[in-house]
Design a protein around this ligand. Structure first.
Ligand SMILES: *[C@@H]1O[C@H](CO)[C@@H](O)[C@H](O)[C@H]1NC(C)=O
Ligand SMILES: *[C@@H]1O[C@H](CO)[C@@H](O)[C@H](O)[C@H]1NC(C)=O
Ligand SMILES: *[C@@H]1O[C@H](CO)[C@@H](O)[C@H](O)[C@H]1NC(C)=O
Ligand SMILES: *[C@@H]1O[C@H](CO)[C@@H](O)[C@H](O)[C@H]1NC(C)=O
Ligand SMILES: *[C@@H]1O[C@H](CO)[C@@H](O)[C@H](O)[C@H]1NC(C)=O
Ligand SMILES: *[C@@H]1O[C@H](CO)[C@@H](O)[C@H](O)[C@H]1NC(C)=O
Ligand SMILES: *[C@@H]1O[C@H](CO)[C@@H](O)[C@H](O)[C@H]1NC(C)=O
Length: 379
């Protein structure tokens, strides 16, 4: 039995109204005393970005020190990454930590973090492509496949790096936009949601023989994608026609997500219409956090109308705080309800997704929650 209690006493509605809560840094502080892998895994990148927000909010050096203690061991002074061998594996997931390298380089001026980002930028040019020009999610394991997850892991780093160091490279900007165009072309459904991914070669066991699309809408994959769209508008050039295209995609997806929100405020693990009533399906916390972040940021940036979306965001945030945060006896917080993985290495079926265990204190979920809470508390 865990010694933890629900945090619903915080009353998320009141927290939103008052804007004075400390949950961003409370969650961040809680992770300072949990042991977090020394890894450059994308999940670590998501947690560290959440802690970057706590640092930005409080200017408490302990957060920056933690991030640096975690990240320094994964890259050496020449920009070589640990456990990195492109002859063995080229994975879009590996690119996610690149944005953390850039943030840490900006915060500390330490050259090795810039060099680490350079290493990952070179990886993009070595990534195999499908016939449409889409980057393979992973070589050799997922040839020709594009997943929504990979859009978040790759394009946001690719675009931030290009904005900072290579802004005149029109080829790069077009290439970034092509990744979005391909995923929309193959994964968008009539109801406005997108399925998890597609296989250009249509040979994966889950691939539709006509379109190559995967059958199901997995909430976390769509959460990555929603975040990717709203974040990339920060650094993609507004003069490029792709900026408006992605804004439009973001708004349309917001509209669809509002319709698919559960009355609890959260979103189902598998979002296809026929599954909410299946007792094996459930409201999953990481996807719900990602959507909530997207709504909150979308309103702050003026992309989404407050009249239309503030109740969606409030219900979403209320669900996160009330249903997925618990408190330990020592005062630290836990993050609950996040599914460990969802992978198209599977057969892509409903049975597969619901068979994956939920992980306590999952860092992808907790990190995404901090993105959302910073939107509530940090501006
Ligand atoms: C946040 O506030 C609560 C009380 O509202 C307090 O118990 C907790 O220690 C605070 N956490 C941090 C990290 O400031
Ligand atoms: C508080 O308790 C949690 C859960 O047992 C533990 O992981 C964490 O290390 C503790 N933190 C501190 C500061 O004692
Ligand atoms: C730590 O990293 C290893 C290797 O990447 C992984 O197998 C393990 O699941 C990770 N543990 C946690 C708690 O994330
Ligand atoms: C934190 O603030 C700095 C300086 O304003 C900014 O460059 C950085 O992007 C911010 N980090 C995050 C995670 O927003
Ligand atoms: C990288 O992987 C390749 C292929 O598995 C292997 O032949 C090579 O020795 C590895 N290089 C290093 C430095 O481990
Ligand atoms: C511009 O971007 C393309 C596509 O990523 C890349 O292949 C090329 O090397 C870049 N050019 C320069 C000068 O960096
Ligand atoms: C797909 O895989 C799941 C386990 O991941 C299994 O329960 C299910 O029976 C499989 N479905 C088919 C059609 O093979």
């Amino acid at each position: 039995m865990r010694a933890s209690t629900s945090l619903s006493f915080l009353s998320a509605g009141a927290a939103l109204a008052a804007g004075t809560q400390n949950i961003t840094e409370w969650m961040a502080t809680s992770y300072l005393s949990k042991s977090v892998n020394l890894s450059r895994n994308y999940a670590n990148g998501v947690l560290y970005r959440g802690i970057e927000f706590a640092y930005n909010k409080t200017q408490d050096q302990a957060y920056l020190d933690f991030i640096e203690a975690q990240m320094s061991p994964v890259v050496d002074d020449s920009g070589e990454l640990i456990d990195y061998n492109l002859s063995k594996k080229i994975s879009l997931d590996d690119l996610r930590i690149g944005t953390n390298f850039l943030a840490l380089w900006a915060a500390t001026g330490e050259e090795k973090y810039k060099l680490g980002a350079d290493t990952l930028r070179r990886q993009i040019d070595l990534t195999p492509r499908n016939e449409g020009g889409g980057m393979w999610h992973r070589d050799p394991t997922y040839p020709n496949q594009m997943w929504l997850d990979g859009i978040y892991m790759s394009t946001n780093f690719y675009a931030l790096y290009t904005a900072w160091f290579d802004a005149d490279n029109a080829t790069a900007w077009d290439d970034i936009m092509l990744q979005f165009d391909l995923i929309e072309e193959h994964c968008l459904r009539p109801d406005g949601l997108l399925v998890h991914g597609y296989d250009h070669s249509k040979t994966a066991v889950w691939a539709d023989p006509e379109t190559g699309a995967a059958p199901l809408v997995w909430n976390r994959a769509l959460g990555w994608y929603f975040m990717s769209l709203v974040d990339i508008l920060d650094y993609f050039p507004t003069a490029h026609p792709g900026w408006n295209k992605n804004l439009d995609r973001f708004k349309k997806l917001a509209q669809a997500l509002k319709e698919f929100q559960d009355e609890s405020g959260g979103w189902w693990l598998i979002m296809n219409d026929e599954y909410p009533s299946d007792p094996r399906n459930y409201i999953e916390s990481s996807g719900s956090a990602m959507f909530t972040y997207g709504f909150l940021k979308g309103m702050r940036m003026g992309y989404l109308e407050k009249d239309t979306y503030s109740s969606t965001a409030e219900k979403g945030y209320g669900c996160l705080v009330d249903d997925f945060i618990t408190k330990n006896d020592n005062g630290t917080l836990n993050w609950e309800g996040t599914v460990e993985v969802g992978s198209l290495s599977s057969n892509g079926s409903f049975e597969y997704y619901v068979s994956v265990p939920i992980q306590l204190n999952d860092i992808k979920g907790a990190g995404s929650f901090m993105y959302a809470s910073y939107e509530v508390e940090g501006y």
